[in-house]
Design a protein around this ligand. Structure first.
Ligand SMILES: Nc1ncnc2c1ncn2[C@@H]1O[C@H](COP(=O)(O)OP(=O)(O)OP(=O)(O)O)[C@@H](O)[C@H]1O
Length: 246
């Protein structure tokens, strides 16, 4: 499914953001407060842009009734307030679909296994650690069987093994993934293309090897970076000097 942002503007926060993603993993990176979450919020309809539009396969998301069938979001606000079990939380992912108990159970079981939380299935969600909660919320998004997955810092709270697992599995879904990532090396490893936001504006777009260059890192993040190639995958990876640049 194709996601397109056309000149999306939220007054005082983001201005004229245009980008697209289609059956690929597209990353949004940028410093704190640069507008990454605000951009995603316009995609998963938590926020209506003041100008511009977000299209899903050509239709404005803010004019569609059935977006939850196509789009799942794991966001900073994705919290569970009440004391549901892990299985119940993941079952919520099935709500946008017509009920089919046998298929729903199979999809939920597969989602739990995919993020390695089957052993937690009957535990209370609120009793889980931060990383376990995050994996359960990812399982809920996967159980929704979306064609577009919007992720705001999906690796939050995850140890390195689970960070890599989650990013590998989101790639493996073969759907459109739009994700905010803070870790530039993870972004380089798992994204087909990157968009860089700075002060609410898109300042660079392209494949990781074109975007993650020392000049841009210095200008946007105010740190000095050295680019090396990963010895087995060849993807660019950054090493940082300790001092920040002015
Ligand atoms: N509802 C709001 N009212 C006022 N300001 C807001 C609102 N939402 C976001 N902002 C401001 O807009 C800016 C961008 O916020 P946003 O959360 O999109 O940034 P971000 O790039 O995701 O940041 P971070 O990396 O810290 O998560 C911030 O300065 C934030 O304080």
């Amino acid at each position: 499914m194709r996601v397109e942002l056309h000149d999306v503007t939220v007054q005082g926060i983001i201005a004229g953001i245009s980008l697209h993603a289609e059956n690929e993993v597209v990353g949004i990176i940028g410093p704190n407060g640069s507008g990454k979450s605000t951009t995603l919020r316009c995609v998963y309809r938590a926020l209506q842009p003041d100008a511009g539009a977000v299209l899903l396969d050509g239709t404005n998301v803010h004019k569609r009734q059935d977006v939850a069938r196509d789009l799942a979001a794991l966001t900073q606000e994705s919290q569970v307030e009440f004391d549901f079990t892990v299985t119940e939380v993941v079952e919520m992912g099935r709500l946008p679909h017509d009920r089919d108990p046998a298929r729903d159970s199979a999809v939920v079981a597969a989602a739990l296994a995919t993020v390695d939380v089957t052993h937690l299935a009957s535990r209370s969600f609120l009793s889980l650690s931060g990383g376990e909660r995050q994996r359960v919320l990812i399982a809920r998004a996967i159980a929704q069987e979306p064609r577009v997955l919007v992720l705001d810092e999906p690796t939050n709270h995850l140890d390195i093994r689970h960070q890599l697992d989650v990013l590998r599995l989101t790639r493996g879904l073969g759907v459109t993934v739009l994700t905010v990532l803070h870790d530039l090396n993870l972004a380089a490893s798992c994204c087909d293309r990157l968009h860089v936001l700075d002060s609410g504006r898109l300042v660079a777009s392209g494949p990781p090897e074109e975007v993650l260059v020392p000049e841009l890192i210095a200008e946007v993040f105010h740190v000095t970076a050295h680019v090396v190639r990963h010895p087995t995958t060849g993807v660019p990876q950054l090493l940082f000097d300790q001092e920040v640049t002015p």
